[in-house]
Design a protein around this ligand. Structure first.
Ligand SMILES: *[C@@H]1O[C@H](CO)[C@@H](O)[C@H](O)[C@H]1NC(C)=O
Ligand SMILES: *[C@@H]1O[C@H](CO)[C@@H](O)[C@H](O)[C@H]1NC(C)=O
Ligand SMILES: *[C@@H]1O[C@H](CO)[C@@H](O)[C@H](O)[C@H]1NC(C)=O
Ligand SMILES: *[C@@H]1O[C@H](CO)[C@@H](O)[C@H](O)[C@H]1NC(C)=O
Ligand SMILES: *[C@@H]1O[C@H](CO)[C@@H](O)[C@H](O)[C@H]1NC(C)=O
Length: 552
């Protein structure tokens, strides 16, 4: 039935296709200025921080840069940045010619941390310049900062924080600030605790304030990060309440409407109005594969949905129905995900491509473009399981079924700790690698090393024929697994060296968080030592298999 109605639609219908930003892009905050829409998402310990996406129609989005692209804005060195710490949810806002990106840096995340994150914002007058100010810090501790300008000019900072006298009970806090300095002008007050019973899993967070008609609206996320996550609305006569809950809450909560919904963990929303007065909302959501929530390689992605208002002024998401991958008769079909091929023919193919990320901030640059083309990585001493800044360049996986391939040219390791290759990467505790190194038994011959972190780590070695020839390396993502393989020289066939369950990029070991999603990476490491052998990769190729439903 479903297929039939979709195929009928090919000729006659249009639809909003979700996610609008495929691949991990959590905590979206959206903004319209004139005819331009902007959207920012979270990046945690990856660098640069907070991609800024631009669109003029809400359908086609392009990354125009990042709010945090200098070490002075976000120094994510070494043990200062545990996985899934770093930079949390953004709030993107505009006031009288200036863009504001509000955020918080959380340098500690784990059982030892109470609440160590410091909210701050950066500004720019020209969002297309990709140059933002240094941080302007608030005086409070907390995360998910929102900035709101009242009509009398007062600026309210609103965020999620912990009441330290009541252990780990979160709430929405607020004070007025001096927007020039970030200084607090009024005492910190807990203004709201959400609609769920107050306990440590209620987690009211991600606040956004709006003045719409006669009311101030407070939109928040609740229920924690995974399945019970949702977005709820309240309104009041002032920016600080007192608050009346929406009778239509939650605004988004797919599994509350349909326990079998394909799009899950829905929440952390923001609202935007089009120039013609229609409303849309953004939210994060996941698309678990294989029948349970153990395979979510793409993590939390960004979704869009239409918003309507009841006669008595409450917002309704997608007509009260779950937000799906395919919302008929809204906007228009976006073109299917295109393959990505980068042969690094000029410096700009690296420097102007906004899709690359580093793990934390580099101590010094390690990626460059070779004079004859190709990506060169100068290895450093960090290995891929070190909690630091290995020579690893990343790009998001963009579809559940996708092939990632490169060619490592004439890599001749000097020792058995010299290693370069390709990685399926979540973080230092979840990554699966295939690379070239020297035989650990000391024969002096080159081998393929395959390393999978499947608690425990499994390492295998496969002999290579040539001493320095080219080797193609490949990761084939399926909805619930990854297959790693290689092909030597002109060999057409790839040899598979490991197949890994996607559980091992979804479910972290104890004390690890799952806030991001999978990226593909290329690396060069000295495994604890400096390395003099540069790695040259001829190309970076990602070929998404576009699901039939998107293939119109
Ligand atoms: C923290 O909770 C206590 C006990 O409920 C309350 O008395 C206090 O005002 C709260 N502090 C803040 C900053 O909200
Ligand atoms: C918090 O409250 C919710 C809703 O009543 C309940 O389902 C959950 O078990 C509680 N969690 C804790 C840690 O008490
Ligand atoms: C999820 O499904 C897989 C099979 O696809 C199974 O091996 C695994 O045990 C399931 N996990 C849970 C938590 O049910
Ligand atoms: C890589 O780093 C991890 C974590 O620091 C360490 O336990 C491991 O021994 C290192 N492996 C190699 C081959 O250096
Ligand atoms: C390199 O080879 C030596 C000698 O066989 C061995 O002790 C060492 O563990 C190997 N190192 C790596 C990173 O495999």
């Amino acid at each position: 039935m479903r297929l039939l109605s979709l195929s009928l639609c090919v000729a006659v219908c249009t639809a909003l296709i979700n996610p609008i930003l495929p691949g991990w892009n959590p905590d979206p905050s959206i903004l319209r200025v004139g005819k331009d829409y902007f959207l920012a998402t979270s990046t945690f310990e990856q660098f640069p921080g907070h991609p800024i996406y631009h669109s003029t129609d809400l359908v086609q989005w392009k990354c125009i840069g990042h709010a945090l692209s200098r070490v002075s804005q976000i120094p994510l060195f070494g043990s200062g940045g545990p996985p899934d710490g770093g930079i949390w949810a953004p709030g993107l806002r505009y006031h009288k010619g200036t863009f504001y990106l509000a955020t918080a840096s959380r340098f500690v995340y784990g059982p030892e941390a109470k609440l160590m994150s410091r909210p701050f914002f950066v500004t720019t007058q020209d969002i297309f310049s990709n140059v933002w100010s240094d941080p302007i810090y608030l005086d409070s501790l907390g995360y998910d900062l929102d900035l709101f300008w009242d009509s009398n000019g007062d600026v309210y900072a609103t965020w999620s924080g912990i009441n330290n006298s009541v252990d780990r009970i979160y709430g929405i806090y607020q004070h007025k600030i001096d927007i020039a300095t970030g200084d607090a002008l009024t005492p910190t007050t807990e203004i709201y605790t959400g609609i769920l019973p107050q306990n440590s899993s209620a987690r009211p967070e991600g606040p956004h304030l709006y003045h719409i008609g006669q009311y101030y609206y407070l939109l928040i996320a609740e229920g924690g990060t995974s399945a019970p996550h949702r977005a709820t609305v309240a309104r009041g006569p002032t920016p600080s309440g007192p608050w009346t809950f929406s009778p239509h809450n939650p605004l988004v909560y797919n599994i509350g409407l349909d326990p079998n919904a394909a799009v899950r963990w829905t929440g952390h929303a923001d609202l935007v109005q089009t120039p013609t007065g229609e409303w849309f909302g953004t939210m994060l959501g996941t698309r678990p594969q294989g029948g349970n929530e153990s395979h979510i390689s793409l993590g939390r992605e960004t979704f869009l949905y239409p918003v309507t208002w009841t006669q008595d002024g409450w917002p309704i998401a997608n007509g009260g129905k779950p937000v799906t991958e395919h919302i008929p008769d809204v906007l228009y079909d976006k073109s299917p995900l295109a393959p990505y091929m980068n042969e690094f023919k000029s410096k700009k193919d690296l420097s102007s491509d906004t899709s690359f990320y580093y793990v934390r901030t580099q101590y010094k640059p390690f990626a460059s473009v070779a004079s004859g083309g190709g990506l060169v990585l100068k290895g450093n001493a960090y290995n891929l399981s070190d909690r630091d800044a290995p020579a690893l360049l990343l790009r998001r996986q963009s579809a559940y079924e996708e092939t990632f391939e490169t060619r490592l040219d004439a890599f001749a390791p000097a020792t058995n700790w010299t290693e370069a290759g390709l990685s399926v990467w979540y973080g230092e505790f979840l990554h699966h690698d295939i690379g070239v190194t020297l035989d650990p038994a000391g024969s002096g011959k080159r081998v393929i090393i395959t390393r999978t972190l499947t608690y425990p780590t499994v390492i295998t070695y496969t002999p290579l024929k040539s001493a320095s020839g080219n080797v193609r390396l490949r990761a084939v993502a399926q909805s619930t697994s990854y297959t790693l393989g290689f092909a030597e020289g002109d060999d057409e066939e790839f040899t598979t060296t490991a197949t890994v369950d996607a559980y091992y990029v979804t479910v972290p070991p104890p004390n690890g968080a799952f806030f991001k999603g999978t990226s593909f990476g290329l690396y060069n490491t000295g495994n604890g030592r400096a390395t003099l052998v540069k790695a040259r990769f001829a190309y970076w190729k990602q070929i998404p298999v576009v699901p039939a439903v998107n293939a119109q």
